[in-house]
Design a protein around this ligand. Structure first.
Ligand code: 5GP
Length: 207
């Protein structure tokens, strides 16, 4: 059996990647989402164990020390990381897995897992980022500015991604993501064994 596919979804803060991933998962129930650990505070609209596992800095640093993190990064003053065991288990079972993570972590994953499929989400215009962060109302203006500064720096690393998803119409973005998944599934490199199979079968039917 082929291993599952590992999708990494990153994007500027406020680009709407969480909304895309949530809607995609509702329509693609066989895909598994990795729940990250973070040291940032739980927002009022979030649920422990659904959006993140909210842990202390000490617990996070222990996980790093024990090698329990697949990847991790600091983002605007907090740790964020992907627990290793869930991702590995699901990929081995043949399930596709999504990591919704920022760029530093995404690049760490690509370095050790070259097969990862890298997708970057942007809004149609940079101005949309500030509008969405302000409308969301979950962060104060200082943190919003730090997030926008981080996005500015991240533009340099966008070229490391395989696909760019412009989040204009949600439904189109989900369809694009489904299209990426379909195309990735039938890439020839995942079916190299078929070459020998066809060779054998053709030998048998040639007179
Ligand atoms: P937020 O605080 O808005 O939920 O997330 C801030 C940033 O951290 C987002 O870009 C989000 O994708 C990223 N992030 C969430 N979980 C992880 C993780 O496990 N690892 C890394 N490297 N980034 C993450």
């Amino acid at each position: 059996m082929n291993k599952g596919l590992l999708f990494i979804i990153s994007g500027f803060s406020g680009a709407g990647k969480g909304t895309i991933v949530e809607a995609f998962l509702e329509r693609n129930l066989d895909v598994k989402l990795s729940i990250s650990a973070t040291t940032r505070e739980c927002r009022e609209c979030e649920i422990e164990g659904v959006h993140y596992n909210y842990i202390s800095r000490e617990s996070f640093e222990n996980m790093i020390k024990n090698g329990d993190m697949f990847e991790y990064a600091t983002y605007v003053g907090n740790y964020y990381g992907t627990p290793k065991s869930f991702v590995m288990k699901e990929l081995e079972k043949g399930n596709d897995v999504i990591l919704e993570i920022e760029m530093q972590g995404a690049l760490q994953v690509k370095e050790m897992y070259d097969d990862a499929i890298m997708i970057f989400v942007v809004p149609p215009h940079a101005k949309d980022l500030k509008d969405r962060l302000l409308n969301r109302g979950t962060e104060g203006i200082d943190i919003i500015n730090n997030r926008l500064k981080r996005s500015y720096e991240e533009t340099e690393l966008m070229l490391n991604y395989d696909y760019l998803l412009v989040n204009d119409q949600l439904d189109d973005a989900i369809k694009s993501l489904e299209g990426i998944r379909c195309a990735e599934k039938i890439k020839y490199k995942r079916f190299l064994y078929l070459k020998d199979k066809f060779k054998e079968e053709l030998k048998e039917i040639i007179d």
